[in-house]
Structures are given as structure tokens and as C-alpha cells.
Write a protein that binds this ligand. Sequence first.
Ligand code: SF4
Length: 275
Amino acid sequence: MRMTCDVCMHRCSLENGQTGICRARGNRGNGIVPLNYGRLTSMALDPIEKKPLRMFCPGSRILSVGSFGCNLKCPFCQNHGISMAGERDSEVVTVTPGQLADRAADLRDRGNIGVAYTYNEPLVGWEFVRDTARLVRMAGMKNVIVTNGSASDRVLDGLLPYTDAMNIDLKGFTDRYYRKLGGSLEVVKHFIERAAGECHVELTTLIVPGENDSEAEIKELAAWVASVNPRIPLHITRFFPMWKMTDRDATDIGRLYALVEAARGSLEYVFAGNC
Ligand code: SF4
């Protein structure tokens, strides 16, 4: 029977056996299921600043895990090897939520504060995040989600009760650019507004030359973030040629700092990244 996935704006309508645009969810006969549940492609104990989070538990480390799949198609993706992969082309280690929560607790003596769900887009497999986050919270540890913010209210309803912090990409501030990346600016804005009301939120904007690097766009973006909360930290980060986008140079450092200054006109905390 044909079924529709309600996890993101694509609302994939899938026949039995078909897989969605994100490659992480599919109709397998008894509903839309997360194909990447508990299937990890990456795991590392990272500094929290690498998420990036600058104003949440500074100096700590966090067990960071990723799976496969993503619902956007950014041509400059740093993690395209896993974000653009499906279940057949990913090397995975399978874990249960309990095993992952136990691993996080074991790493406490190495400075670990919890689990970060990151690397690919974690919300296309949000059920594993929810089930793990519940146990991590019960163990007195923290949950961090690093996301493109392109998920539905139902997903947020399920995750926010267990989420301590998020870094959300705000990739630019035009519908044209979001369409090019396969997403929706309106969906991300709504996601940020809701998340910022319930957990610590920091935002990241990657400055891609010729795409989203005008001062006018960054000023508009920063003014909107300030209308949500002027104390939300914004990371303005440098692009490097990557994957399918090798037709332009890395972001000019002078340009990046000019955009940081422009954003500081509206926001209290603006950080330059990848410099
Ligand atoms: S999460 Fe995946 S399957 Fe579901 S609507 Fe989005 S792209 Fe389609």
C-alpha cells in the first residue's frame, strides 16, 4: 500500500519496497520505517566546540555519532560519503540505544557529557535519536542534535523533551538558495523558532562565494534571528571547495569577517568559523 512519510517537507509518497529521497526511510510493507535505526557509520569523542557549540558546556567533550542519509542535497557537503549514502553503500556498526547510552556513560571519565547526533542528518532517523536520548537523559547526561532543521513538528514534539542543545544550519536567507539545496527556508525558520523556545540553540551559516555572501542577505538573516532572540549565537563559517562544488575558491577571509561584522549589528554573539 502507498504511504506518505511525514518527517520532512518532501512528504515522499512511497509504494511498498520504495525508499525516500533521504535514502534513510522506506516503505517496507508495514509503514514507513527508518532504515538506518541503530546503524552507525561514524563515532568519535569530539570537543563540543567542533559541533559547533560555543556557549554550551565550553571545554567539554561529547560522544558524536552519525548514520547515513540526508534530506537535502548540498553540493558542498563535507560528509557526502555518509549523507548521500543509502543502506547498501554504507559500512555500519549496529548498536542499540542502550548500548550507545552505556558507551556514553563509560566515557564520562574522559570528559564526555553525553551524545551528539551529527555527521549525517540525524532527524531522517529521528526514532533512534529519541530512544537513545531518553536513556542518555536518564543517565544524567546531555543530548545535542546537529541538524539542517528540515523536519516536521511531529519530529520536534518527539525530540525536544530530551534535547539539551542544537546547532541548526541556516544555510542562507533566500528561497532561491534553499530550493537549490533541496530544502525550504520557511520550514527551517519555523524549526528554529520552536527549538529556540525549548533548548539551547546555536546557528551555522556557511558562506559560499556567489551564493549567499552578500552583506544585504547576512544582515537580513541576522535581523530575523534577532527577532527570535538576539542572544542566539551565530557561526559564520568559511567554505572550501568540496565534492560537487569545486568551481569556486574558498571564502575570502576578509569577506567572511566583513559579514561577521554585519551580523553583529543585530546579534550579540557572532563567531567566525573554519578560519
Ligand atoms: S524524511 Fe526522507 S522519506 Fe521522509 S519525507 Fe523526508 S526525504 Fe522523504
